[in-house]
Design a protein around this ligand. Sequence first.
Ligand SMILES: N[C@@H](CCC(=O)N[C@@H](CS)C(=O)NCC(=O)O)C(=O)O
Length: 200
Amino acid sequence: MSDITLYFAPASRAFTARWLLEELGLPYRVKTVSLRKGAQKSPSYLQINSMGKVPALTDGPVTVSENPAICIYLADRYSLGNLAPRLDAAERGSYLRWMIFSTAVFEPAIYLEDDGDELAASGRGWGSRSSVLEVLDDALCVGPWLLGEQFSAADVMLGSLLSIALFNQRIAQPAESLVRYAERLSRRPAYERAAKATWP
Ligand SMILES: N[C@@H](CCC(=O)N[C@@H](CS)C(=O)NCC(=O)O)C(=O)O
């Protein structure tokens, strides 16, 4: 039995967690945190996510924040063997890799300044923007999803950040594989429902 509350804000990265909840088809409550009013920094919300950011999620006694952690938690708990590969499945390694890649590698590579200096990039945990985009292009050339035929929560995680980056024109001349992947994702009914709720 689930007892899920999603701490959410419109036009925010809480889209990712909401999309996954829609894919799972689980009942969940939404508590809207007003970023405009600074509610994310209120003492009560800081008890839930000490970074004062959305999303966060509670499920009975469990409290979890950071989108990849929320996605791993939900998919393992409610969709193991489907949206999450089983613990001993060969695909589990790639799955976890893309989950962590999303915010530890993709986001900083896309949003931070990158002067194209490959030597400097070798000392950064996330490498260079061009290598990140090449790696993603290679991974998505096969498709249709990151793990091949099996759609997974890693597509929700990385795919949501890629969609937001493309929408905000953060990737100059994106490879066709990335654009087509984002189009495939956006046609999923669960994506559409979460997008409508996030950008009404
Ligand atoms: N690393 C976090 C990022 C979450 C995040 O940046 N949330 C933004 C909205 S998109 C936020 O809550 N900002 C409010 C603030 O920092 O005051 C995750 O992946 O969940």
